[in-house]
Design a binder for this molecule. Structure first.
Ligand SMILES: Nc1ncnc2c1ncn2[C@@H]1O[C@H](COP(=O)(O)OP(=O)(O)OP(=O)(O)O)[C@@H](O)[C@H]1O
Ligand SMILES: NC(=O)c1ccc[n+]([C@@H]2O[C@H](CO)[C@@H](O)[C@H]2O)c1
Length: 198
């Protein structure tokens, strides 16, 4: 299981799409697909719909989807239209199957944190993040002031919680990932950090 987490507009989806194009037997689960319907999103004291909190996501459904892949990656791949290499369905097949899970709030949900093998963290500075966000069209468009009033403060809060919980990123691996991902880093202008836990 590979986890790709990072700030909104850090380039997670872009990088994920490149990874799945480059690798066979590679499935992806997007956390954004698990947002609850709009009418179930709470409105905070600040007047904003609280999209950037765990309560806005059906995390149990997300974990069930991850478990479905773990139980039978070949079946999961086929039902999601992912090409599998011939022979993968043999019981003794040694083919490697990869799952990429990408999202902005993955490390703050314990049942998911327990499952990861490899994780990467994408970050972009405030100004760049705000600029990119302003070009996006989400299914529910950002009301004026949402970025500074909700999105960025929640990002800082969750990042701090993650660090306080000791979900740190390994330095040696960071170097290795930086080397492996030189191209992507240059292209995304993103900071990429990672940790292997094998
Ligand atoms: N290498 C890059 N250089 C410049 N802009 C980029 C790069 N990669 C992605 N972007 C732009 O940044 C925006 C966010 O990219 P992407 O959708 O991959 O991010 P994300 O982390 O998945 O965001 P979110 O979680 O909010 O959906 C897009 O408009 C995309 O075109
Ligand atoms: N995908 C959606 O339904 C949706 C709706 C409103 C806001 N968002 C934003 O998506 C980002 C994560 O990718 C978060 O910052 C949400 O604000 C998504």
């Amino acid at each position: 299981l590979n986890f790709l987490i990072g700030v909104t507009n850090g380039g997670k989806t872009t990088l994920t799409n490149r990874i799945i194009k480059a690798l066979p037997n590679c499935c992806v689960i997007h956390q954004d697909d698990f947002f609850k319907p709009q009418d179930q999103i709470e409105v905070g004291e600040d007047g904003f719909k609280q999209w950037d909190v765990l309560d806005s996501l059906d995390m149990e459904a997300m974990v069930s989807t991850v478990r479905a892949w773990m139980e039978n990656p070949v079946k999961f791949a086929r039902s999601h239209g992912v090409n599998v290499t011939p022979g993968s369905k043999e019981p003794a097949s040694k083919d490697t199957h990869i799952l990429v899970i990408e999202g902005f709030l993955l490390y703050n949900y314990k049942p998911l944190v327990e499952l990861f093998d490899i994780r990467y963290y994408l970050a972009v500075p405030y100004e760049e993040c705000k600029r990119r966000r302003s070009t996006r069209n989400y299914t529910v468009p950002d009301p004026p002031g949402l970025f500074d009033g909700h999105v960025w403060p929640m990002y800082l809060k969750h990042r701090k919680e993650m660090e306080d919980d000791g979900v740190d990123v390994g330095k040696s691996l960071q170097i290795r990932i930086l080397r492996d991902c030189t191209l992507d880093c240059k292209e995304t202008g993103s900071l990429i950090e990672g940790k292997f836990n094998l």
